[in-house]
Design a protein around this ligand. Structure first.
Ligand code: HEC
Ligand code: HEC
Ligand code: HEC
Ligand code: HEC
Length: 121
């Protein structure tokens, strides 16, 4: 009986581990986001810090199915807006700046909202 309980517990653990680690590892280091033809300096941010601060991957990778690697934002959000889709600048500003300013208004610790704090030389 004990053995079965242990086995079930082990299988549950492996199952959880697969959910946690089986998907593409989120990038551990800093990421640079730069759109084609950008004039401002590239925006560098820590993907790892964000996956802790924002546990829901889909808060940013909003079209991701949860399987395989999420597509790059720029594969859909091109330099010019298409139909309902925002352009790259609009999408990233709404996502990044939008969250930071909402959290700031709510008095929470968050990321920068000033232009040059993101577009650092
Ligand atoms: C929270 C971070 C963040 C803040 C704050 C921010 N941006 Fe951006 N911005 C981005 C990201 C990410 C992109 C898309 C990737 C890229 O090209 O840098 C972008 C793109 C752009 C682009 C298009 C690309 C280019 O360089 O020509 C411009 C222009 C721009 N931002 C201007 C501004 C201005 C002006 C402000 C302040 C009013 C500002 N940004 C504040 C993150 C930010
Ligand atoms: C706060 C926003 C945010 C959150 C939360 C987030 N990501 Fe990301 N992630 C990004 C951005 C922005 C990029 C860069 C995409 C690009 O270059 O177009 C990225 C890139 C990636 C990449 C590399 C894709 C490539 O082709 O280079 C992977 C893999 C990834 N994220 C997985 C994850 C997973 C898994 C989670 C949840 C544990 C997660 N992300 C949570 C914003 C986020
Ligand atoms: C597979 C295509 C695809 C990818 C990849 C994608 N988007 Fe989008 N995005 C869309 C479409 C289509 C819309 C407009 C319809 C909608 O809101 O779903 C949109 C809308 C948005 C909006 C506006 C939502 C609103 O409430 O107005 C934001 C912000 C956004 N995307 C940010 C991002 C960011 C950041 C990434 C990368 C981490 C990303 N998107 C990746 C297709 C995509
Ligand atoms: C849903 C909310 C949310 C979104 C979306 C988000 N951030 Fe943040 N950001 C945070 C929080 C919370 C922190 C503070 C995390 C910490 O200090 O541990 C932060 C911190 C930062 C910092 C300072 C710490 C660091 O990483 O160096 C930068 C720069 C930053 N964010 C840039 C971005 C960019 C660029 C994007 C879009 C690609 C983005 N953020 C999207 C919530 C968000």
């Amino acid at each position: 009986m004990k053995k079965i309980v242990l086995l079930v517990a082990m299988m549950a653990f492996i199952g959880l581990a697969a959910v946690a680690f089986g998907n593409p590892a989120a990038p551990a280091g800093d990421l640079k986001v730069l759109m084609d033809g950008a004039k401002k300096p590239a925006v560098t941010y820590s993907h790892a810090k964000h996956t802790v601060a924002v546990p829901d991957c889909k808060a940013c990778h909003h079209t991701w199915s949860g399987e395989g690697a999420p597509k790059k934002c720029g594969e859909c959000h091109t330099a010019k807006a298409e139909g309902k889709k925002l352009d790259m600048k609009g999408a990233l500003h709404k996502n990044c700046k939008g969250c930071h300013s909402d959290m700031k208004k709510a008095g929470k610790k968050t990321g920068p909202t000033g232009c040059n704090d993101c577009h650092k030389k």
